[in-house]
Design a protein around this ligand. Structure first.
Ligand SMILES: *Cc1c(COP(=O)(O)O)cnc(C)c1O
Length: 461
């Protein structure tokens, strides 16, 4: 049994796979190479994998490949396996559910698991008003439905999204997403009535002294002058932006936007698909500033990888939709609901909110030290994030010019040494750390040493 020195009282679950990094020598190994060759014959090129090895097993924060290599997982399958890759509570709940039924369709013959998940979401999401929930399969589908509800409930069309936003790959969510390559290029035409306004991105503000409320006012002025408040159905924003570069807006930005939305009859949608479920050291990232969204979209961390997403919001908004207006064949699949209930139980039992904060403290300390050692010509531009949603933005030495080459080289070196690291950012120059929240302190420290070593080896001079 692993204990967490930094989170007294919390006990990690027993793991099947030894929580230790191990690389056999050849990378990628022969079995992964053989699978890559088979893949090239049948899988479309548009689907790209960041890691050139193939998974055979995974547990806790270790992914073991088909050649017997063990990788420290600092990506959690993009913030999904927060409770670990095969959490016993999730495995037991899923096993029990599949032995009974795998599908009836909630729109045909409903079942308890869906209701139990909705009860959990009503309890866990901020806001002490009546709430309603609808379950779907993917984050994009949740976002689409949040927008549908907001448009119907307000009778308005315009939707406001932000620079650097990522909301998915379906037609509407491509329109909401900011970055063209690879998400949008040549996939248009896009859904209409989407407007983009400036984000608060403290590291890249032209005026470094701009406050959160001032940055919000910049966006609000643009909305009022270019769209008209009375035409806006919804503002959708990631409280910590994910794919865009783990951008944490300046304090006061989110509260000012939420306040303006409330005063103007605009639905405030927090897209917490990546930032939700303990990831940022709160159940939801909006909690850091006491912001209460009208609708929250959730997915990634919700069900440990079983496809499940949700929208939870004010009852008056969601219940405005006519009977039959919301749903889908697989939405709220019973196996996925069982997984969510297991994952939520683990998050509560193991205080994963506390674990995320402890991970933040450990990572921040390690990289603050490194940054000061690298001095004024450091390629580390900024270290930022909340909880276990942390990022390092890389720049040309000493300046602010994005350095995607260094970022790629660092991630590749980590991989060769047995650490899975994800990159992101509008400029491709951000390494993001999204470890499973159950990672042991020892394993995290080992992974961070590999990363620190890779940064040093890329740092010029
Ligand atoms: C990943 C993500 C989505 C899309 O989720 P999918 O399940 O990939 O459709 C939407 N919003 C945010 C903030 C995300 O990080």
């Amino acid at each position: 049994m692993t204990t967490y020195a930094t989170t007294p009282g919390a006990t990690a679950p027993a793991t099947r796979i030894e929580q230790k990094r191990h690389i056999n020598g050849t990378f990628p190994g022969p079995k992964s190479a053989a699978l890559a060759a088979r893949r090239a014959q049948v899988v479309a090129k548009g689907v790209v994998s960041g890691v050139p090895v193939y998974a055979a097993d995974a547990d806790g924060a270790i992914v073991r490949d088909v050649d017997g290599n063990s990788f420290i997982d600092l990506g959690a399958g993009i913030a999904v396996t927060s409770v670990g890759a095969s959490d016993p509570a999730v495995v037991a709940a899923v096993r029990d559910q599949v032995e009974h039924f795998t599908h009836t369709c909630f729109m045909v013959t409903p079942y308890e698991g869906y209701i139990a998940v909705a009860e959990q979401l009503a309890e866990l999401t901020p806001g002490d008003f009546e709430k309603r929930t609808v379950l779907f399969n993917s984050g994009a589908e949740a976002v689409e439905n949040a927008v549908k509800v907001a448009r119907l409930a307000t009778g308005r069309n315009a939707v406001v999204a932000f620079d650097h936003a990522y909301h998915g790959r379906t037609n509407l969510t491509m329109a909401l997403t900011a970055k063209t390559m690879p998400y949008k290029t040549d996939f248009g035409p896009f859904a209409p009535e989407i407007y983009r306004v400036p984000m608060s991105y403290p590291f890249r503000e032209e005026n470094p002294d701009i406050t959160g409320p001032e940055a919000a006012q910049r966006a609000i002025t643009m909305i009022e002058k270019q769209i008209g408040a009375g035409s806006v159905a919804a503002i959708i924003i990631e409280p910590v932006q994910g794919e865009g570069g783990f951008i944490v807006p300046a304090p006061g930005f989110l509260p000012a936007l939420a306040e303006w939305a409330a005063a103007n009859g605009v639905v405030f949608i927090a897209d917490e698909v990546q930032s939700g479920f303990c990831r940022t050291g709160e159940w939801f990232a909006v909690n850091h500033e006491g912001v209460v969204p009208d609708i929250i979209t959730m997915a990634k961390g919700i069900a440990a990888g079983m496809p499940l997403s949700a929208i939870t919001g004010r009852a008056d908004l969601l219940d405005a939709v006519h009977a039959g207006g919301l749903g889908g064949t697989y939405g709220g699949n019973p196996v996925a609901c069982a997984a969510a209930l297991g994952a939520i139980r683990t998050m509560k039992d193991q205080d994963l909110v506390g674990r995320a904060r402890s991970i933040e403290a450990q990572v921040m300390e390690r990289f603050a030290t490194l940054q000061s050692e690298l001095g004024e010509h450091s390629i580390i531009g900024e270290i930022r994030g909340r909880g276990a949603m942390l990022a390092i933005e890389f720049v040309e030495p000493g300046g602010k010019v994005p350095n995607p080459e260094a970022t790629k080289a660092i991630a590749a070196q980590c991989l060769r040494e047995g650490v899975i690291i994800l990159t992101c950012g509008t400029y491709g120059n951000v390494i993001r750390l999204l470890p499973p929240l159950v990672i042991s302190d020892e394993l995290l420290a080992d992974g961070l040493e590999v990363l620190a070593h890779a940064i040093r080896s890329v740092q010029p001079g």
